[in-house]
Design a protein around this ligand. Structure first.
Ligand code: GLV
Ligand code: MN
Ligand code: MN
Length: 410
């Protein structure tokens, strides 16, 4: 093996200590002190790898290794270092650290490439803090708009305000955009976050495409009242509508072949045992690799909400948090990954679709993208129990190393 899996593992465990809670879960939201500490550690690793490091206007950390052709467009690689609440040590972190490891080995083995390679630790892929993700990759793609920075966290702090507090200038986000001609390709290693590889008894897969997440927030407003003194037929209880809506969402999503629907956040106002709720808010995450199927499900749910709210005399509002199109992976990069797999001793890498979203989605209309997946134990992710073995992380990184060499010499 070319790469140093012990070094990779030591770094992965060290990064996983930042923001760790008593239950073993890691919480690193963007523009917080823990995220800053994680970024500083990544900067130190990039420097050890001999990379030239800079931080762009949105806080992406970029480590660059020069190629022999100073005019050649760059190969981008990397992932994110923010996490969901109570997340794991691998989601995002493995992609960043495996990229650094691959470049550090090139440096140690004095391997030259024609194209430069840049490792990026992206700012806020998860969207956990502001309900709006892939902030760093949108900025690099040039699609992050100033109004996007108005998204707020639960304390009503906007992205722009959080940026300012962390020492960034929100008015300068445009400076993070990379001109299309300066980039040749983007490739990311990530944990699978599903069970396909485990079921196939394979450590690594290549990804053919990424399903597109659509996030909405539903606000249903009725009339708060006394739980004991208000007869059932005299209530405008938004929870009654929500109960019907949730069963519709789950029932309807199952009618689709690949669609998935998740209600992961829920808020009852004012929230008391003896109070009929005045308002209920919940999030909806809809995904499908087929955008028209996802959008059809969205329309059906919207129509149903309108019908049910009318029935119960409830006002409703549906806010769009983010709508990301599904992203196909480049067949050229898939071939490069398959070839890299053979060099690493994996003759037939399985092909999988990514249900989870990734930063590369923001690039797929500008640059060819590719992804390598590493087996997740029991398919668990976005959980303190998220785990991939050192061997699997090592062999995935080996595949990334050989993929990067091909892309950077192509
Ligand atoms: C990110 O992990 C997402 O797919 O929501
Ligand atoms: Mn991730
Ligand atoms: Mn994630």
């Amino acid at each position: 093996m070319e790469i140093n899996s012990d070094r990779l593992w030591t770094r992965l465990m060290a990064l996983g200590e930042i923001g760790v809670r008593d239950n073993g879960g890691v919480t690193r939201f963007s523009f917080t002190k823990d995220e800053r500490r994680a970024k500083d550690l990544v900067i130190a690793y990039m420097k050890e790898a001999g990379l030239t490091v800079r931080e762009d206007a949105i806080g992406n950390i970029i480590g660059r290794r020069e190629g022999t052709d100073s005019k050649a467009s760059v190969i981008l690689t990397g992932s994110h270092i923010d996490t969901v609440p109570d997340g794991g040590k691998f989601d995002g972190a493995l992609g960043v650290l495996s990229s650094i490891e691959a470049l550090q080995r090139m440096q140690e083995l004095e391997v030259q490439t024609i194209r430069p390679i840049e490792v990026i630790a992206f700012t806020d892929e998860e969207g956990s803090r502001f309900g709006f993700g892939m902030i760093g990759s949108r900025a690099i793609a040039g699609t992050l708009r100033h109004e996007d920075l108005e998204h707020q966290d639960e304390q009503h702090i906007s992205i722009a305000e959080a940026m300012r507090a962390a020492g960034f200038a929100p008015e300068r986000i445009g400076e993070a955009a990379k001109p299309t001609h300066e980039v040749n390709a983007y490739v990311e290693l990530h944990i699978e976050q599903g069970k396909v590889l485990e079921n196939h008894n394979q450590p690594v897969a290549l990804v053919t495409g990424i399903a597109g997440p659509l996030w909405q927030q539903f606000t249903l407003t009725g009339q708060a009242g006394h739980a004991g003194a208000t007869p059932m037929n005299m209530r405008r209880d938004p929870m009654q509508a929500v109960a019907d809506i949730l069963s519709y969402i789950y029932r309807e999503a199952k009618q689709f072949t690949n669609a998935v629907a998740t209600v992961g956040k829920f808020r009852i106002v004012p929230g008391g045992v003896n109070i009929i709720p005045g308002q209920v808010q919940f999030s909806l995450d809809l995904r499908d690799i087929d955008e028209s199927a996802r959008d059809l499900l969205e329309t059906r749910i919207g129509d149903y909400v309108s019908q049910v709210c009318k029935k119960y005399d409830i006002e409703f509002q549906i806010d769009l948090l983010q709508r990301v199109a599904p992203a196909p992976c480049s067949t050229d990069i898939q071939e490069a990954i398959a070839h890299a797999g053979r060099i690493a001793g994996l003759s037939n890498l399985p092909y999988v679709v990514s249900g989870a979203g990734h930063d590369g989605m923001q690039f797929s209309s500008s640059w060819p993208i590719g992804m390598i997946f590493v087996r997740s134990q029991e398919g668990i992710s976005h959980s303190p129990e998220e785990w991939s073995s050192q061997d699997d992380c090592g062999v995935g990184t080996e595949v990334l190393y050989h993929t990067l060499l091909q892309l950077a010499n192509g």
